[in-house]
Design a protein around this ligand. Structure first.
Ligand SMILES: [Zn+2]
Ligand SMILES: [Zn+2]
Ligand SMILES: [Zn+2]
Length: 147
């Protein structure tokens, strides 16, 4: 799906919800569509402010909450404090390097075995996306082994 189509879809979902479609909302949607990475609310705010300078961080935060309520956006926790956002789409998992902070997006199927096991043994349903798995990335673990 191309970016323009995604943006149109988001805007129609917002219209269907019946709330006012502000320029700030449109701009947050555009920033998210153009974003290929996981971004924090601060990063989204700065990107939005390039187009709409008077938008406050709390406005952007409220917009993100509204987008999440409409299942347009999901968030995940990838570090000690950072909450990152992106458009809702295929479920994936996150690995985060505790040394350099790199976030790696991985296909959800890597959790299949664990997920099945947890469900069978503990009746526990794994949420693959919400919280990142911590560890050392390939580069940092190599450096770690050398030292
Ligand atoms: Zn959360
Ligand atoms: Zn993600
Ligand atoms: Zn690393």
């Amino acid at each position: 799906m191309d970016g323009d189509q995604r943006l149109e879809d988001i805007i129609s979902a917002l219209r269907a919800d019946g709330k006012r479609l502000t320029i700030a909302k449109r701009t947050v949607a555009r920033v998210l569509v153009e974003q290929t990475d996981h971004v924090t609310a601060d990063e989204i705010t700065r990107a939005v402010q390039r187009f709409v300078p008077d938008v406050s961080p709390s406005t952007v935060y409220r917009i993100l909450e509204e987008f999440e309520r409409l299942n347009l956006v999901v968030h995940a926790h990838v570090g000690h404090s950072a909450t990152v956002y992106h458009l809702a789409g295929a479920v994936h998992g996150h690995l985060v390097c505790t040394n350099c902070g790199a976030t790696i997006e991985i296909p959800a199927r890597h959790f299949d075995a664990l997920s099945g096991d947890l469900l069978k043994t503990f009746g526990f349903r794994l949420d693959r996306h919400h919280v990142a798995i911590a560890g050392l990335c390939a580069r940092c673990s190599e450096a770690h082994a050398e030292s």
